[in-house]
Design a protein around this ligand. Structure first.
Ligand SMILES: [Mg+2]
Length: 416
């Protein structure tokens, strides 16, 4: 798979930016303008893009649109709506998404409201659990399906192996969790797929037995497999921390200078907002607002929005109290799972059962991939009802640990 822009594509991309800078916002192409009446170029759902313009391989760009949409002529003829400052973030739904990105645990509702509210919350939660049953209560069902199959495990990090904490630099996993993950990796091929940079998530986990994918799967260090290197031009041979030969796949490598530029701008533009934490995750940037007073969330959204207006090749997604900026390529955690299964020689095998455990919106792509054709299972980590592509659920990281322990026990006993 060729992920690199050809020289003609690079020229097209450069000319796009050139036109953009010359004409300014009033006439610049805004993919959202092509799609709807919204005015922000930064989307929660990626806009249609033309692969020839971006110069990225077609498999990385599903958002096909008529070529005319990116014609340089059109760039100069599409009027951009003038809006009030706050309209930008309000009309794009950013604020709603920010407010709903991390709903309070149900226990809080119970604590502050009367017994009727508590009863309602229980009814809603229990009704939700019918649709997303507990992976622990359903363990026998899962292992019945796993009999004679090879399980491959994919784990998110934040909110899955570690608790969500106020300071993202302190999202440490417990020693007990580390021991269980180490044990599980002894019996099943196991990979961590995180939005963090690969280096940072490796620092947190510290286990050499695993495979790591950082930056939402845009930075994967996996086992050496020649067919993978042949198919992916952005996949190169490298060595890991132990000097072992590995495949390093970075499908968004071309975006690195742009991401670094945006990182600097975001740090600069948000430095006066108390509580904002801008995190460098290599191929993406996370703007955490967990510690920002809610009355300033609009300001956070507006500042991020203002920076991203100049980068139509970047998109924004919402995590749990975090705005995540990343390249607009067709690559996500689901694609990372597929890539790792191929790297492990486990794709297109009827006897492989992939399991993905995660808590965030960005994990939904991976849930979709593993549950495709009832191949495997997605397990959502959530203490509140939410819609998901997952099949099962667990409440929190402590239940993730319990589930992983059960897998180890089951594997040991079935090997006897
Ligand atoms: Mg997470």
């Amino acid at each position: 798979m060729d992920c690199l822009p050809s020289s003609s594509d690079k020229k097209a991309l450069k000319s796009w930016f050139f036109i953009d800078k010359r004409v300014g916002c009033a006439t610049r192409l805004d993919p959202m303008d092509l799609k709807s009446s919204h005015t922000s170029p930064v989307l929660t759902d990626p806009p249609p893009m033309n692969k020839a313009i971006l110069g990225v391989h077609s498999s990385l760009l599903p958002y096909s649109s008529p070529r005319a949409a990116f014609s340089p002529c059109l760039l100069l003829t599409i009027p951009r709506k003038k809006t009030g400052i706050l309209d930008d973030v309000r009309s794009s739904g950013w604020l709603d998404a920010m407010k709903s990105s991390s709903p309070p645990p149900m226990k809080i509702t119970k604590a502050v409201n009367n017994e009727y509210a508590s009863y309602d919350a229980d009814v809603v939660y229990n009704a939700w659990k019918v649709k997303y049953p507990s992976a622990i209560a359903s363990f026998e069902e899962i292992t019945n399906h796993a009999k004679g199959k090879r399980i491959a495990l994919f784990l998110d990090y934040d909110g899955t192996l570690s608790p969500i904490v106020d300071n993202p630099d302190c999202a440490f996993m417990s020693d007990a969790m580390r021991a269980v993950v180490k044990m599980v990796a002894k019996y099943f091929p196991t990979a961590i797929i995180s939005g963090r940079s690969r280096d940072k998530v490796y620092e947190f986990v510290g286990l050499t037995e695993l495979y790591y994918a950082g930056s939402h799967g845009m930075d994967i260090m996996g086992p050496v497999r020649q067919s993978i290197s042949d198919d992916h031009t952005n996949c190169v041979r490298s060595v890991d921390e132990q000097g072992k030969e590995v495949n390093l796949f970075q499908p968004a490598g071309e975006f690195l200078p742009m991401i670094n530029e945006v990182l600097r701008s975001l740090v600069e533009r948000t430095k006066d907002i108390i509580g904002v934490n801008v995190e460098n995750n290599k191929f993406c940037v996370s703007v955490h607002y967990r510690n920002v007073d809610e009355k300033h969330w609009t300001t956070v959204a507006q500042r991020v929005h203002d920076v991203l207006k100049d980068y139509p090749c970047l998109q924004l997604t919402h995590g749990r109290k975090v705005l995540e900026v990343r390249p607009m390529i067709n690559w996500d955690k689901g694609k990372a799972v597929t890539f790792l299964l191929e790297s492990l020689g486990l794709s297109n095998c009827d006897d492989v059962l992939p399991i993905y455990v995660g808590d965030d919106q960005t994990d939904e792509d991976a849930f979709k991939v593993v549950t495709e054709g009832h191949r495997g299972y997605g397990i959502l980590v959530s203490s509140v009802p939410k819609k998901s592509n997952a099949v099962y659920s667990v409440k929190d990281p402590s239940e993730v640990m319990e589930f992983l322990k059960s897998l180890v026990t089951w594997k040991k006993s079935s090997a006897l």
